[in-house]
Design a protein around this ligand. Structure first.
Ligand code: PA5
Length: 446
């Protein structure tokens, strides 16, 4: 039996709830089942040949990751992750979902292990700001780049390397852990020449599918998150996503519904709206996954299709007071996926007070968890009334297992959606082109 299984409710994506113009007919789902089954079969045969290694990550041996994370936790006050895109977003998602929301500013007595910062940009003011809050002599740096050659990450690495050498002298190399591809790339060569600790991103696992590699797991482990439980959750979701019966396969259903909404109902935007602060950065992680995997110029036959749904993050309840007006009354061009947490870890009760003032007294006696979930339900009903397609993923509670389930399911959903669109979800020619042009620009400028 799966522990804390995610519950997915697609009802409000269907024509029965929101009418046939915007909602999906059962026969439309039926017409895609054969194709989805074919994609599942192909996925499992490619997996058996070792061509989809991200699917096997939940079963990996994590001893080395835990070993290095223990060593770092014992020796340093802070860990700074330097990476960008898929080499940062997985760590950010896990840390935000599973660590204390204000972990880095908790007093030392309440936080046993190092603070963990993820620096995923090259803004000089932010970089200086980070240097102001850490003591470089007490900080370890996790340089993360699959290719080993991404300009932003290498630029930060070069600055840090020089400062470490100056501040520490002999032994400065012990402050660096390189997470990179197992063979190729500039960082791999430097790491081996200079003797850094290294963690491998398995070849064949692309950045946005790397959350369950050391990219996500190592910083999470340094923060004290139970990474074994994350993988256990991913394993249980792997079983659900291998279900041949499409209706019982959550990744296939999610992919089919988004595909139909996008290609038949004009829903060009996919909003992920967690009603949970902890899951906010999961939505950011998903935005990259959905955008980079599905936003493609050509299909597998080379035909120009310029496809892809634009992913957007919204946060409940905060964005009820910002974006929601647009979602309910603006163009009907979006699907909304709610992430709802059934049981929050903390139950904070709102005091009963001002009994004579109706507009405030109704809050008394309810918990904050009840309030946020009532708001989620209200938003769902309002959207449904306005015939806006929406679905809900209910997470029984936020813990490593359920977050592992969620991230695994969304990755498989993305791959199946790629199959339905007939595109390659694993490449990113647009991103590569940007990297190439930056390189050329800097080379020619000297
Ligand atoms: O998902 C992807 O492939 C990209 O977003 C990469 O993760 C990003 O460009 C960083 O690349 P690298 O890990 O090679 O530094």
């Amino acid at each position: 039996m799966i522990k804390d299984p995610l519950i997915i409710d697609y009802k409000n994506m269907l024509a029965d709830s929101i009418g046939p113009k915007h909602g999906i007919l059962l026969k439309e789902i039926g017409s895609l089942k054969k194709k989805a089954s074919g994609i599942l079969r192909k996925t499992s045969s490619e997996r058996a040949k070792g061509k989809l290694p991200f699917l096997d990550l939940p079963y990996q041996d994590i001893k080395k990751i835990i070993g290095i994370s223990e060593e770092i936790s014992d020796s340093f006050d802070d860990l700074v992750v330097l990476g960008i895109g898929g080499s940062a977003l997985g760590a950010i998602a896990l840390l935000n979902a599973l660590a204390h929301p204000y972990r880095n500013i908790l007093p030392k007595g309440l936080r046993r292990r190092p603070r963990v910062f993820v620096y995923d940009n090259i803004d000089p003011d932010q970089f200086k700001g980070l240097l102001d809050v850490i003591d470089i002599t007490r900080t370890a740096f996790n340089v993360v780049t699959k290719s080993g050659e991404t300009a932003e990450t290498l630029a930060s690495f070069l600055i840090i390397r020089e400062r470490l050498k100056k501040a520490i002298g002999a032994g400065w190399q012990e402050h660096i852990i390189a997470t990179t591809g197992p063979q190729k790339g500039a960082l791999r060569k430097i790491a081996s020449d200079e003797g850094y600790m290294t963690l491998d991103i398995p070849s064949g696992v692309g950045g946005r599918f790397s959350v369950f590699t050391p990219v996500g797991l190592f910083p999470a482990s340094v923060a004290g998150i139970d990474i074994e439980a994350i993988l256990a959750g991913a394993q249980s979701m792997d079983k659900r996503c291998s279900q041949k019966k499409i209706e019982e396969n959550p990744a296939s259903m999610g992919a089919i519904l988004h595909y139909i909404a996008n290609t038949k109902k004009g829903k060009n935007i996919s909003v992920m709206m967690p009603y949970s602060h902890a899951l906010e950065r999961v939505a950011d992680w998903f935005c990259q996954l959905w955008a980079e995997s599905l936003g493609k110029r050509v299909d597998l036959k080379g035909k120009v299709i310029n496809t892809g749904q634009t992913p957007v993050k919204a946060l409940g309840a905060t964005d009820q007071h910002s974006q929601l007006q647009l979602y309910i009354e603006g163009p009907n061009d979006k699907t909304i996926t709610f992430l709802r947490v059934e049981r929050f870890t903390e139950e904070i009760e709102i005091p009963r007070d001002f009994e004579d003032l109706e507009k405030i007294s109704y809050l008394g006696g309810h918990s904050l968890g009840e309030l946020i979930n009532a708001e989620q339900k209200a938003t769902e009903i309002a959207l449904t009334k306005a015939k806006r397609p929406n679905m809900r993923i209910t997470i029984p509670e936020i813990n490593p297992n359920t977050v592992g389930q969620l991230l695994f399911m969304l990755q498989v959903q993305t791959v199946i959606a790629g199959g339905l669109h007939n595109i390659n979800p694993f490449d990113q020619p647009g991103v590569e082109e940007g990297k190439r042009l930056t390189y050329e620009f800097l080379i020619t400028k000297g």
